[in-house]
Design a protein around this ligand. Sequence first.
Ligand code: TGC
Ligand code: FAD
Length: 392
Amino acid sequence: MPQDLFQAPDYYLLDELLTEEHKLVRDAAREWVKREVSPIIEEYAQKAEFPTQIINGLAEIGAFGPYIPVEYGGAGLDQVSYGLIMQEIERGDSGVRSTASVQSSLVMYPIWKFGSEDQRQKYLPKLASGEYMGCFGLTEPDFGSNPGGMVTNFKDKGDYYLLNGAKMWISNAPFADIAVVWAKNEEGRIHGLIVERGMEGFSTPETHNKWSLRASATGELIFDNVKVPKENLLPGKSGLGAPLLCLDSARYGIAWGAIGAAMDCYDTALRYSQERIQFDKPIGAFQLQQKKLAEMITEITKAQLLTWRLGVLRNDNRATSAQISMAKRNNVDMALKIARDARQMLGGMGITGEYPIMRHMMNLESVVTYEGTHDIHLLITGMDVTGLNAFK
Ligand code: TGC
Ligand code: FAD
């Protein structure tokens, strides 16, 4: 990829809504992405490999547990800072943001919120530093949008729990040291269990041939009579609401992250439109190309405002799950449309790895599906405003 010349659009002067700490955190993440992610990410996406050498850097910019208290190794930041870090990382690549989202919101968050003090002490500092990497197993081959139907289960064997079943489409699975796994007990109640690599009967085969999120490692989790120590059960919360609370936090991060991908596509297309000459004029002088750019910056600005407000509500513990669904759905859809338009603006160059747009576009096809599909989030909004359930 050519040199990373990214300049973040701020059409409505939204920087004025940020604190000095927000800007410091964001700028540190932005500089790190320019230095450590942009120069290598295309190569890793092409070879379908997660760049493990960036794990320490992710930990250093506070991307692992930004809002987890400092006493557990987290950065102790607020929700807007968390969002800004996700925005900057996804500006580099959605797959890298995935790794950070899973580690923070789907592994550290449940251990922090539903774990015992011993579990917090044992796992959180190592997850914050990147010494341990984690993954989150909710989805199963036959239960994606409907995780409540899961069949992965555990039985109480006195000294330990015996875990059986399989999870599919699990980000970070191939290299994770631990997995937070959601499974049903003998009464059919969902609980979270911490499964460690090396436990007998536990394997994590990698999923190959993805055209999307190629720089993120995805795999299965297979449990064949795995003996899980009883102290590895998360004691603080059970039921589907427990994993869904983790998803609230991760979906919120994705709402910010998608803005990052959209900004990168817009910024690339804007610069190209000023440099590329056709019919003796920069293509940015043609009305059709201006329409695309004007609509992009309008949608980015609307998403920035929506998401900043959601961050403020989350800082006050006032954001609802349905509000988070609206932002995740809107922002990912917005980013995907911008990526498609931006790709067209680059003509043939848009399909090459010389520019980041095609990679963002392909990545966003996963982002629009995971953490609740576009349709599922629409149904959540529909149910919230009507009070009527259209899922079942
Ligand atoms: P339903 O009966 O509505 O609810 C069951 C219980 O959960 C509570 N609840 C929530 N709690 C917290 N946050 C939320 N967002 C919640 N939504 C529901 C609810 O109050 C109830 O509690 P209780 O105490 O009454 O039992 O459940 P349902 O079976 O009808 O399903 C609802 C539905 C469809 C919205 C939900 O299942 C859903 O969101 N499905 C989508 C599944 C999904 O998002 N999977 C994501 C897997 S992880 C992933 O994709 C990671 S990608 C990572 C990356 O790389 O970034
Ligand atoms: P399905 O649920 O089979 O949906 C298929 C289609 O049917 C969709 O369009 C959906 O919107 C629609 N549909 C389903 N139900 C309804 C309904 N009631 N009304 C109308 N339409 C409906 N999961 C994890 O647990 N951990 C991870 O780390 C993780 N990482 C992932 C990484 C990648 C790259 C991908 C692609 C997925 C990942 N997932 C992960 C799984 C992801 O959350 C699921 O793919 C997602 O929830 C959708 O499930 P599904 O693929 O089984 O689709």
